[in-house]
Design a protein around this ligand. Structure first.
Ligand code: ADP
Ligand code: MG
Length: 251
């Protein structure tokens, strides 16, 4: 008989460490993410946030120790494309699109590769994903390098969702956006979430992170220093000291 456990997390990180020589970038990190939630991750620069996404996706490296489980199954020894195809997709802090391809071609490539679709299916999935992020029709034929900063964020998210992820890891998606654009991004993340995709959000723009996240975790020097309800985590004295520099009142 196959056992099912409704309480089982969608993604579980267990005692994950990552070392670079003597540097411990992640130090026995454990946390878990429930299906359908938006899970926020904060932490100062260099605290290990992007390294965490790297070891979860295998892009470009695996953990030194520990386990990553998707629906209870270990994925930390799989190759990056196997992890993507299992349903864990990410975006990058820096632009990662093919600059000379059109927006449509970029999203198509992602659907065909990560989603393992036939060309017809991938074309439909690409148009659907571009609809989901509201990238205007005429802009879809433009080279990615011709798009505005916000349009490139739309493209980045469309490329990720076209691959049909179960869980989407967003690494500082608000970087480089103006305040009104951050608000547009929040609508975009909400739209993706409402399609049933679980989201892990690393973000420096704290109002966005606090608004979107159901749970919040804070890293400092590669270790988890607090996790729980966002409004409680931001009042944790260690978080205030390490991350917010005693600026809690400005949140
Ligand atoms: P964050 O995303 O929180 O700003 P990172 O995960 O990028 O932090 O980096 C955490 C630490 O690990 C930093 O000290 C960084 O220099 C180091 N680091 C990250 N990737 C590598 C790498 N490939 N080689 C060596 N050190 C790395
Ligand atoms: Mg980073």
């Amino acid at each position: 008989m196959v056992e099912t456990n409704n309480d089982e997390p969608l993604l579980a990180i267990r005692n994950v460490s990552r070392r670079f020589g003597a540097l411990v970038a992640l130090d026995k990190v454990s946390f878990s993410i429930r299906r359908g939630e938006i899970y926020g991750i904060a932490g100062p620069n260099g605290s290990g946030k992007s390294t965490l996404f790297n070891v979860i996706t295998g892009i470009p490296f695996h953990p030194s120790e520990g386990e990553v489980l998707l629906s209870g199954k270990p994925i930390h020894r799989l190759r990056p494309h196997e992890i993507s195809r299992a349903g864990v997709l990410r975006t990058f802090q820096k632009d990662a699109e093919f600059a000379t391809l059109s927006a449509r071609e970029n999203v198509y490539a992602s659907a065909a590769y990560c989603g393992q679709m036939s060309s017809t299916e991938a074309k439909d999935a690409a148009e659907q994903a571009l609809d989901d992020v509201s990238l205007q029709g005429e802009r879809r034929g433009r080279a990615a390098s011709d798009l505005s900063v916000f349009e490139r964020k739309q493209l980045m998210i469309a490329s990720a969702i076209a691959g049909r992820p179960k869980v989407l890891l967003l690494d500082e998606p608000a970087a480089g956006l103006t305040k009104p654009e951050v608000s547009g991004l929040s609508d975009l993340i909400g739209a993706v979430h409402s399609r049933g995709i679980t989201i892990v959000l690393i973000e420096h723009v704290l109002p966005l992170l606090l608004k979107m996240s159901k749970h919040l975790m804070v890293l400092n020097h590669g270790a988890v220093i607090a996790a729980g309800k966002p409004e409680e985590v931001v009042r944790n004295p260690e978080v205030v000291e390490a991350y917010l520099g005693k600026r809690e009142a400005r949140l």
